[in-house]
Design a protein around this ligand. Structure first.
Ligand SMILES: Cc1ncc(COP(=O)(O)O)c(C=O)c1O
Length: 403
């Protein structure tokens, strides 16, 4: 007889997913109520309010897309972008390539600008490209976990408005652990996920949509047959996805309660608890916590004598790319860390594969004990490879940050 699922204990210190906060998992074990039960619709409305605080926005259209973060990205792009629209993507890592790929599948004419992995864009470089391309939308990642870089966004909203472009941001890996100001920075659409700084499991994609983007999406509204009313007119070019059609999804979360999909109730509970915990802690305090533990991990790996990849002044608070020392097989060392210590750290992609490990300090694991235990275990694994690490250098350097 197959036994009940019983995963091994793990400390997830990679670039996400990270160990979920037990309070989120407890919330997710609550029983189900019906889709249009007043308690359910009230809880949806309450969750919208909590995520307005997390995104720092007054956007009415702030809710959850069912699916992992990628579903949020696809929903945003397929709902905004029509075939033939020009989209500009500043690419500084793997997830910029993902935005390019998704925008191209929406039929966009995609233009990219690139900087080497480990760097970010100056706002002037983005503005020059916007001026040259004249895109309908600019799609940019805030924190690209593949390189650990955090793209400054503060000037991009104003640039896009000046050139009449919409600004979409993928904040999956950064929201909750790095400064993020939806309204103050003039972002039109932003999406995220739960499995990074929000301390939950993957499977729900919070989204916020400003008025300019709502107007573009609503101008493409086609309510599906069987649920449409006599007042529903077909407008503009129909959004190519039914499931990710934000015009209909907004009507499901809004007062109309259009019967679109069946909201993933258990993920709603989890997403609500992720936001509730962040709001209870205070967004500024949560960002400061990620900055502190990220700094301790950074100094800790340096204290072990290891190099750090990329422009550290633009590093996300919640992940560091650590250069794998000569003579160490990166994947075998990760396996040793997992098998002997139950600790997972991340591998890397593309040009960085085999060159760096990515170590996260985010969500529930942005914690002193998680940082110190990881550094102590990493030291032992490196010793096993004969790497001349400074004895106690990692834990010592991190403790100095905490002192
Ligand atoms: C910046 C960024 N965007 C998108 C994704 C994709 O998220 P998901 O795997 O939840 O679909 C990730 C996941 O690591 C990410 O870091």
């Amino acid at each position: 007889m197959t036994s009940q699922v019983n995963p091994p204990p793990r400390l997830l210190m990679g670039p996400g997913p990270v160990t979920a906060d037990p309070r989120v998992l407890r919330a997710m074990s609550a029983h189900l109520v019906g889709q249009f039960d007043p308690w359910m619709t009230d809880t949806m409305t309450e969750t919208m309010g909590l995520y307005r605080d997390v995104f720092r926005t007054a956007n009415e259209q702030t809710f959850l897309v069912d699916g992992t973060s990628r579903a949020g990205i696809e929903a945003a792009l397929v709902s905004l972008v029509e075939p033939g629209d020009r989209v500009l993507v500043p690419v500084f890592g793997r997830f910029g390539h993902l935005l390019t790929e998704i925008a191209a599948r929406c039929g966009a004419e995609v233009h990219t600008i690139e900087v080497p992995w480990g760097e970010v864009f100056a706002p002037e470089a983005v503005e020059d490209a916007v001026r040259a391309v004249r895109p309908k939308a600019v799609a940019v990642v805030q924190g690209d976990t593949s390189t650990t870089m955090c793209q400054p966004l503060a000037d991009l909203g104003e640039i896009c408005r000046r050139h009449d472009a919409l600004l979409y941001c993928d904040a999956t890996a950064s929201l909750g652990g790095n400064d993020f100001e939806m309204d103050a920075w003039g972002l039109d659409v932003a999406t995220a996920g739960l499995q990074k700084c929000l301390g939950g499991p993957s499977g729900s994609a919070p989204i916020s949509i400003g008025d300019r983007a709502v107007a573009v999406i609503d101008a493409r509204k086609h309510v599906e047959a069987g649920i449409r009313s006599d007042d529903d007119e077909d407008l503009g070019a129909r959004i190519a996805s039914n499931y990710l059609d934000l015009a209909q999804v907004m009507d499901y979360w809004g007062p109309r309660r259009l019967n679109h999909h069946t909201e993933a109730t258990t993920m709603l509970y989890g997403a609500r608890e992720c936001a509730r915990l962040l709001v209870e802690e205070g967004l500024d305090a949560a960002v400061a916590r990620h900055a502190r533990h990220g700094r301790a991990m950074l100094e800790g790996v340096r204290g072990l004598g290891l190099g750090v990849f990329g422009d550290v002044t633009h590093k996300m608070h919640n992940v560091v790319a650590v250069e794998i020392p000569d003579g160490v097989d990166g994947d075998k060392a990760r396996t040793a860390l997992l098998e002997d210590f139950g600790i997972e750290i991340g591998t890397s992609f593309g040009p960085l594969h085999g060159r760096v490990w990515r170590i996260g300090t985010m969500g529930y694991n942005a914690r002193k004990d998680a940082v110190l235990v990881t550094l102590a275990a990493l030291e032992q694994v490196l010793r096993g490879y004969g790497v001349p690490v400074t004895a106690g250098g990692g834990v010592g350097a991190a403790r100095e940050v905490y002192a």
